[in-house]
Ligand binder design. Structure first.
Ligand code: NAD
Length: 434
């Protein structure tokens, strides 16, 4: 993706484009679309339509707190596009949630669902709150009131939420219950990421990491290298990172370094990530795992390795450290770990990038499987889930890789080109209502 600019207004209201200074995710998402539109020659009318969200709902959520005082929270649900199907996207609980952030995340979901080839549009929700400072009862009240405020715009054929930052399977169960109570019957398919006992899917917990592993296998094949024996470095040993580590270990990779927010561990001999997971469960961190050296997160990213999996935060690989990255393959399990400036440096160094919307698309894909199982009330075995996931991931990788090689687009641009062209085709076939 070309470096993006922040669009600002000067005092006369004239639009000016300047390098990103203050980060506005919505401006960034629009700029990304603009850059791809130019590359693929997107129809101007379709471009204009896709630059704006279809719907943005803003709600106030009064919650009676444990101290008997009422606090009013602000929440959003944005549907960016329903051109390819109902909206799909998570709900985030975080103090920094803004409407602009939710709009950007919704647009990115449109591209991710299109890229994965699943019949959804893009949506996202969020509530500005700090659940870490709230009791379980307060989070439940907030969730139920938020659900009831956005109830007119969600539904199994309209817009289907899922977990995101700080929202858990339990939160999804409360959303499903609130929606069902209002309808008068149980509606499993209104939300995904639920616990298995209330309509969740087997394999959902591992889906993001498993998808990341499948795309890494495809990348190794494309580069004509054997996955088995590759050294692996994982930044962020949470849900996505720890599972990616042990799935790659199971493929014969040598896991030489992993980290969490407290620091990293490194051993040239490698280690068993499941044992590290046990250590982290006991001690709260990967640091201190026997027979390993302690390293910083910065040092970890710069290690010589076959595969680097950033699975923590955004903007970890930037203009500052990109030229020191020595991996053959970077598989972005996290969302947005590489800045546009770093993208260019990695490409110039010949590092093969598996961009986030492809590498972590396994999560939304198994969410789709969960929804399919819910609306049919017919549940699959974990093996079936994993086999179908592999098919979807391989298909998505192949489509991107073809554009990468045929049209000489870098891998990130190729992802966006495939996604935007699919949405544009659907828009063009459907035409503009009325
Ligand atoms: P998580 O909270 O389970 O794990 C995050 C891990 O990163 C934790 O181990 C944490 O200690 C570590 N971390 C935090 N700050 C760090 C730092 N400065 N340096 C190194 N490690 C740090 O979260 P997750 O669900 O695994 O998500 C990780 C990333 O993957 C996020 O970008 C998320 O958006 C993306 N993602 C996750 C899923 C999913 O299904 N879990 C799906 C799509 C994308």
């Amino acid at each position: 993706m070309a470096p993006v600019g922040t669009v600002k207004q000067d005092t006369k209201g004239t639009k000016m484009t300047s390098p990103v200074q203050e980060f506005n995710p919505w401006r960034m998402a629009q700029s990304q679309l603009d850059a791809v539109a130019e590359k693929i020659g997107l129809d101007e009318n379709i471009h204009k339509t896709l630059r704006e969200p279809q719907r943005a709902l803003s709600v106030s959520i009064p919650v009676k707190m444990e101290n008997d005082k009422v606090e009013v929270f602000h929440g959003y649900r944005v549907l960016h596009s329903s051109v390819r199907g109902p909206g799909k996207g998570g709900i985030r609980y975080h103090p920094d949630v803004t409407l602009d952030e939710v709009k950007a995340l919704a647009m990115w979901m449109t591209w991710k669902t299109a890229l994965m080839g699943i019949p959804y549009g893009g949506a996202k929700g969020g509530v500005s709150c700090n659940p870490k400072e709230m009791t379980t009862t307060e989070v439940e009240r907030l969730t139920r009131r938020y659900t009831s405020e956005i109830l007119p715009v969600i539904g199994p054929y309209m817009d289907i939420p899922a977990p995101d930052v700080n929202t858990t399977p339990q939160v999804m169960a409360w959303i499903m219950d609130t929606y069902s109570m209002k309808r008068g019957y149980t509606v499993h398919g209104v939300v995904t990421g639920k616990p298995v006992s209330v309509g969740g899917s087997l394999g959902r917990n591992e889906a993001t990491a498993r998808g990341c592993m499948f795309t890494t296998m495809s990348a190794a094949k494309a580069l004509d290298i054997s996955l088995s024996g590759q050294t692996v470095v994982v930044q962020g040993f949470g849900n996505a990172g720890s599972i990616a580590a042990y799935l790659l270990y199971d493929q014969g990779c040598n896991i030489i370094a992993v980290s969490d927010s407290r620091g990293g561990i490194f051993s040239t001999k490698g280690f068993d990530p499941r044992a590290v997971l046990e250590h982290k469960k006991k001690t709260g961190s990967v640091v201190g795992f026997p027979d390993t050296d302690t390293i910083t997160n910065e040092e970890l990213l710069e290690l010589e390795c076959g595969i680097l999996v950033p699975a923590a935060l955004e903007n970890q690989i930037s203009g500052k450290n990109a030229d020191k990255i020595k991996a053959k393959i970077v598989a972005e399990a996290a969302n947005g770990p590489t800045t546009p400036e770093a993208d260019k440096i990695l490409t110039d160094k010949g590092i093969f990038l598996i961009p986030d919307i492809l590498a972590n698309g396994g999560g939304v894909t198994v969410s789709y499987f969960e929804w399919l199982q819910d609306i049919q009330a017919f549940f699959w075995s974990e093996r079936e889930v994993n086999l179908r996931l592999r098919e979807v991931m391989n298909r998505a990788f192949d489509a991107v890789y073809k554009v990468h090689t045929d049209r000489k687009f870098d891998m990130r641009t190729a992802c966006y080109a495939v996604a935007v062209e699919r949405v544009a085709e659907a828009q063009s076939l459907r035409g503009l209502y009325p």
